[in-house]
Design a protein around this ligand. Structure first.
Ligand SMILES: [Zn+2]
Length: 284
C-alpha cells in the first residue's frame, strides 16, 4: 500500500536524521516469486534486479544472515540474536527460487530457508492456488542442489491448505506428511515450518487454533514455526509463532531499508485489525 510505504520511508529517513535507529533484534524476510518483471507481477513478487540489489544491500550494510533454524535456536535459548540478524526465507518452492534466487544467494554467500509445499514439488503444472499464471514448482533434484549448497529446506505443509479449517487429525497429517516427504527425498531432518496464508493465530472463528497448532508441531517434531504476521523477532518470542516481514513488487531500496531498520513493523496492528474485522477467509 502506498501510504504504508511512504510512512515507513519517512520514519526511516527521520530516525536516520536524528541518529536514533530502532535497531530491531532480528528480521525474517519472506519472499515468494523472483520474476523477470512485466505487467503480470503479483504483489508479493520481486524482480530479479530488485532481488540482486536487496542481497547486495544486506551484504554491504553488514547484516548477519542466518537460517530460520539458527535464529530459532537462539530464541529458544533466550539468547539475544547478533546485531543486524537477518533471515531470508522463500515460501512455496517456486522454480524461480532455483533459477533466479539461488545464483544470487550463492554469489553473496547468503544463508536462506526455503519452505516447500511438499506435495506439489516436482509437478509439471503451476501451484494451483495462483491460477494458470502461477509459478511452477521446483523438482526434487533442484531442491537437492539448494540443500547441498547449505540452504535450509523446510516445510510449508503438504498440500498448502488453509490450516485453521482443518481437524486436528488433518492438521497433524499435513505437518507430518510434508516433513516425512522432504526427509525421505533429501535424507536429512526437517526442523522448521511456515504456515500457508496470512491470518491471525487467534480469531473468534478458530479460537483454539494456536493451541492445536502447537500440539501438532510438537507431535510432528518441528522445533519452530513461521507465520505471515508482520514484525521482528526478539529473544523472548514464541518459536512457534515467529513473525516475518514481507517483501514485494512495491519495495524499492528505500522501503527495503526501512523494513530492515524496523520502520515497517508499525503496520502490524493495522494488519491485525484488517485480519480481524475485514478480511474474509475460506469456509471449512
Ligand atoms: Zn504459501
Amino acid at each position: 500500500m502506498k501510504a504504508e510505504k511512504e510512512i515507513s520511508v519517512l520514519l526511516s529517513d527521520t530516525l536516520d536524521l536524528i541518529n536514533s535507529p530502532l535497531a530491531p533484534a532480528a528480521t525474517m524476510l519472506v519472499y515468494h516469486r523472483i520474476e523477470d518483471g512485466g505487467a503480470s507481477m503479483l504483489p508479493d513478487s520481486v524482480t530479479l534486479t530488485e532481488f540482486q540489489e536487496q542481497m547486495r544491500y544486506i551484504t554491504d550494510e553488514g547484516y548477519s544472515p542466518m537460517t530460520v533454524r539458527e535464529l530459532a535456536a537462539l530464541v529458544e535459548a533466550g539468547e539475544e540474536p547478533p546485531e543486524k540478524s537477518i533471515v531470508v526465507t522463500f515460501d512455496d518452492g517456486y522454480l524461480d527460487t532455483y533459477t533466479h534466487a539461488f545464483p544470487e544467494l550463492d554469489f553473496f554467500r547468503m544463508p536462506a530457508t526455503v519452505f516447500l509445499a511438499a506435495g506439489h514439488i516436482g509437478a509439471s503444472t503451476p501451484f494451483p492456488w495462483l491460477g494458470s499464471d502461477g509459478g511452477k514448482p521446483m523438482d526434487w533434484q533442484q531442491v537437492g542442489r539448494l540443500q547441498k549448497a547449505g540452504i535450509e529446506i523446510a516445510s510449508h505443509t503438504y498440500s498448502h491448505p488453509f490450516t485453521p479449517n482443518l481437524t486436528q487429525k488433518e492438521l497433524c497429517l499435513e505437518l507430518e506428511r510434508s516433513k516425512r516427504t522432504i526427509e525421505e527425498k533429501l535424507g536429512s531432518p526437517v526442523h522448521s515450518l511456515a504456515l500457508p496464508y496470512s491470518f491471525p493465530l487467534r480469531h473468534p472463528r478458530w479460537p483454539s487454533f494456536k493451541a492445536r497448532l502447537k500440539e501438532a508441531l510438537h507431535a510432528s517434531g518441528y522445533v519452530c514455526c513461521c507465520t505471515m504476521q508482520r514484525g521482528h523477532i526478539g529473544p523472548r518470542d514464541d518459536v512457534f509463532a515467529l513473525r516475518r516481514i514481507p517483501v514485494g513488487r512495491d519495495d524499492d531500496l528505500r522501503l527495503f531499508r526501512a523494513k530492515l531498520e524496523g520502520c515497517f513493523a508499525w503496520t502490524a496492528p493495522l494488519q491485525a485489525l484488517y485480519q480481524r474485522f475485514l478480511k474474509s477467509y475460506p469456509t471449512p
